[in-house]
Design a protein around this ligand. Structure first.
Ligand code: SF4
Length: 392
């Protein structure tokens, strides 16, 4: 999405590959030793700063609560803020500085991944760059994803997840990725994209980009998250799922997640102020044990049930529980930050721990893509090393 932006670069990054890419795509950036401070979340989206890596970039996804099942994905904090403008985006209430920032020193990021692999040589890492932004929205300007894809192609312990609401795939199609990067889309029906996911790529462009990524040999991730309640949700979500699986084959989808709209109570006012025409704050919601508001449980169950039925029909399978042995056509299915009892109600079972779900990912990927996963360590090893307490 190359809208006009003011671009700054830390002098220490001026010889980086990112700087070369920026010069080619946008001209010479302005040198500054600190990313300009911007308190307004919208005007920050018009400014991009290329920064050095500060502190540790490799971490565990932060959204943990003992009441909810977490998948233990790792994150690489390589991007801050996003040129898109989704009404439900938590960043509008989160960032101290809204200037978009991208770490220019990809070698330093790659070293952190290598070091994590050396410390736990037995495990499979799923690593995403999407915690504080969109993995591909700024790719035309920065080339960061391209550098990471090339690096992880040589790391047999890693799956890099690049999650996006863009169609920015053309620059990564010819890379020798060795299937170690999973290109993921966060998907919603066209009406939600039009009304809530402002400035993102439209529905058809995302589907086309997905098809291009599959044709280029990438595995795909699908995230129906946040699912949003509105009058036509019951027909639109199953239609969305059918459309996707008419476009790409399920045997190239590594994983699918499902989650519903959620936000901290104090973000509600901010959403209403920033997006006066939105209606997402009008539905009945309750505050959960993790302090976030969600739709009431019967509604969440109803919404999930419809989507699960549509996924089963599209993948021609009777079960999508990740605990069952998968068929080659069945992507690993999981809920993002849902309660254990929601898992049990809808799938008849739940992982016994965060480490168990992490282990299931490794097992599942090995079963479906044996050329990509050599060994799978024991559940106990995954549980012992999980950053969060074992469920009691
Ligand atoms: S794409 Fe993600 S990070 Fe970007 S505005 Fe939307 S929700 Fe926020």
């Amino acid at each position: 999405m190359s809208t006009q932006k003011q671009i700054f670069i830390d002098p220490s990054q001026s010889k980086s590959n990112t700087a070369q890419q920026i010069k080619q795509s946008c001209g010479s950036p302005i040198e500054v030793s600190e990313a300009p401070l911007n308190k307004d979340f919208r005007s920050g989206k018009k400014t991009l700063a290329i920064t050095p890596k500060k502190g540790q970039a490799f971490d565990t996804c932060a959204t943990y609560s003992n009441e909810y099942v977490c998948c233990n994905v790792k994150v690489l904090k390589s991007i801050k803020n996003c040129p898109f403008d989704c009404s439900y985006c938590f960043l509008q209430d989160y960032l101290n500085n809204s200037t978009m920032q991208v770490v220019g020193d990809t070698d330093a990021l790659i070293k952190e991944i290598q070091s994590a692999c050396e410390q736990q040589p037995w495990r499979l890492f799923r690593i995403g760059t999407w915690e504080l932004g969109d993995s591909l929205a700024l790719e035309a300007e920065t080339g960061q994803a391209k550098a990471l894809i090339k690096a992880v192609a040589k790391m047999p312990q890693v799956f890099l997840e690049l999650k996006t609401k863009s169609d920015q795939v053309d620059s990564i199609l010819d890379l020798d990725h060795q299937e170690r990067s999973v290109i993921s889309w966060s998907m919603n029906p066209p009406r939600i994209i039009r009304e809530q996911e402002h400035r993102t790529s439209d529905y058809e462009s995302r589907l086309l980009a997905m098809k291009k990524a599959v044709d280029a040999g990438y595995l795909i991730g699908l995230h129906f998250d946040p699912m949003i309640y509105y009058d036509e949700w019951e027909q639109d979500y199953p239609e969305l799922i059918a459309n996707i699986f008419e476009t790409i084959p399920s045997n190239r989808v590594a994983w699918i997640s499902l989650g519903s709209l959620r936000f901290k109570p104090d973000m509600k006012q901010q959403i209403m102020a920033n997006f006066p025409k939105q209606q997402i704050t009008h539905a009945e919601m309750v505050t959960g044990n993790d302090g976030k508001m969600r739709y009431v449980k019967p509604l969440r169950l109803d919404m999930y049930e419809k989507v699960i039925s549509a996924i089963k029909a599209a993948c021609n399978t009777d079960t999508i529980s990740p605990i069952q042995v998968p068929s080659p056509n069945t992507p690993l299915f999981y809920f993002c930050m849902e309660r254990w009892d929601v898992w049990e109600h809808l799938l008849g079972e739940s992982p016994r721990s965060v480490g168990h779900l992490d282990h299931l990912f490794a097992q599942h990927l090995q079963h479906r893509f044996p050329h990509l996963v050599n060994n799978v360590a024991s559940i106990e090893q995954y549980e012992t090393s999980q950053d969060t307490p074992i469920r009691t």
